[in-house]
Design a protein around this ligand. Sequence first.
Ligand SMILES: [Fe+2]
Length: 145
Amino acid sequence: MTTFCESVLGLRLSDRSVDLVAFMHTPHGSDHHLLAFVKSEGAGLHHTSWDVGSLDDVDRGSEQLRNAGYHDGWGVGRHVLGSNYFYYACDPWGSFAEYSFDIDFVPAQPDWVAGSYAPEDSFYLWGPTVPEWFVINPEPQQIRA
Ligand SMILES: [Fe+2]
C-alpha cells in the first residue's frame, strides 16, 4: 500500500515503525499523516480521525461518547509519531473514531527524511494501557467468509 500511495497517488512516507506501521503525507505540506497502514492479515479500516481545536475538546469528546453509551475506547493520551493528543471511541462496526488535536505538520520540502522507529518508541508517550481489542482487526474474517 505504501508503494501504491507513493507511485500512484504521489504521497510520501512520513515515518514508520519497522514493518508494523507506515504514515503518509502529501508533498505540498500536510498533517504528519493523512493515511497510515498497519501490518495485518487482511484489509480493514481501523479508524478515522477527527481534528478538534484543543486538548479540552479531545476529553469533552470522549465524555460525550461515554455519555451516549459508547464506553469502549482508548485515551486520552499522546502519540509519539505525529505527537497528537488522542481519544479513540469504538463505533458500532468495531472500528474507531479518533478525536485528535495538535498533530505535527510536515512542510512542503523535497528533502524530508522519513524516520524508522522501534515499536516501543513509536506508539504513545502517555495514556492508559492499550486495550487488547484495540489492535485486533475484526474485518478479514468478514471479508473472506
Ligand atoms: Fe490516528
